[in-house]
Design a protein around this ligand. Sequence first.
Ligand SMILES: [Zn+2]
Ligand SMILES: [Zn+2]
Length: 499
Amino acid sequence: MRFVSFFVDGKSLAVPEVLKPPDVSAVPVSFHKLQVLDTPDFSEVSPFSAELQASLSGKLLLFEELPYSIDVIHEHYLNGCLAYEKGIEEAGGSFVCKRCGNDKPRLFSSFSCFRCKEKECVYCRKCLVMGRVSQCTPLVRWCGAELEWKLDEVALTWTGELSAAQRKASDGLVSRVGGKGELLIWAVCGAGKTEVLFYGLERALKTGQRVCLATPRTDVVLELLPRLRKVFPGITLAGLYGGSEEKLDGAQLVVSTTHQLFRYRDAFDLVVVDEVDAFPYSYDSSLEHAVHQAKKKDALIVYLSATPGRKMKKRAVAGGLPHVKIPLRFHGFPLPVPRFVWCGNWKKRLKKGRLPGNVMNWVEHQLEVKRQGFLFVPSVVALHQIVALLQAVFPGIEGVHAEDPERKEKVMKFRKGEISILVTTTILERGVTVPFTDVAVFGAEEDIFTESALVQIAGRAGRSKDDPAGEVVFFHYGKTSAMVDAKRHIEGMNREAGL
Ligand SMILES: [Zn+2]
Ligand SMILES: [Zn+2]
């Protein structure tokens, strides 16, 4: 877009070209070429749209993400309710995207832009899927009256009970709400970590804080929404994920994928980051950037993890990161400890169209005793070979991987008990909870099975109090330190829990 700028009461105001007053002679230029950019003073008496306020508070959005005409948006700018900010900042010939924080030259491109008429309008490729941030597009931020919520309607209606270990972690969280800094809740798989958050969330919401629960995965957003709606019926709640409808919320409690947080700025007093060690959060530092930008300066960040990464673990152990541990599952039984079983050179065998005998025996045994099982395999290629070999002998076996179009249906069928053995890549290492199931890892020595992946996988077994002693087997062709560390990690947690 092109803007003109001129001085009014000592401030340099920006006006979109299409709204240029007829008596102003300034020449329109691309937004990024404006030398000075001020925002008019906000006045308490300025009228504003409550809907626009709800849509924009705590956000940083493109014009086209707001369902308002340019006249309405600009009127709010003139009233001091919103500010225009540069989307792409340039310093010394290098660029920074103000939305996603990208500063890698190879992730910027330029195009001949019809909106600013520049031959080379630079834009960020990294966050392009969320709408193009280019040099001539301002990002819009709310700076008017703050959102207010009906605090007397905030009440936790949950009637369940916390275990002693959950209670300790919950108290740890509650005592920190209202403060700033970080807290790690280090909870074993199956600890019941969502319930651990309830009282902390209640305290924050009751005191008028805006809260975000961020998770790397859409599945988790969809699972959490109805649970939170049920226990906090009085609050405004929004769920954000790629493809969700609620892009403009104004909600006090936001459940969001980490990616969607790029649209927030200085919004939250409390941010809970779920599965902080999980892909893609752990591999994409821009998501960490998103979390930090979305929170207010004095916010509290709470990390949830069963398997914190090396750096985080080190900080926690050294005392640099306050943390509470839940070493015990909510049902009070120990975590199943993996058993290592050598299965020979399975790659060679697969080439010959055969599976290791002990793996075949494991599958046969599961079917005989009518227990379901996950068989984790290291790659999609191995998955197809193994599934074909198993299906030739045993009925009721299916395979699933990330790109599988029937992924959702197959997981659903497995939950219902219609599939006996589900062969899977590591996509199901987290989140999927099926009460009566055992777990085996095929080729556990492969690099993809890191310590944390193996701990998460082992955590799929024994989730129900009616079946707490699920079995975990690692079939391998040579023990790795990841396998040994995973076993040690699990035994350590059991020891810490006094089991
Ligand atoms: Zn960007
Ligand atoms: Zn442009």
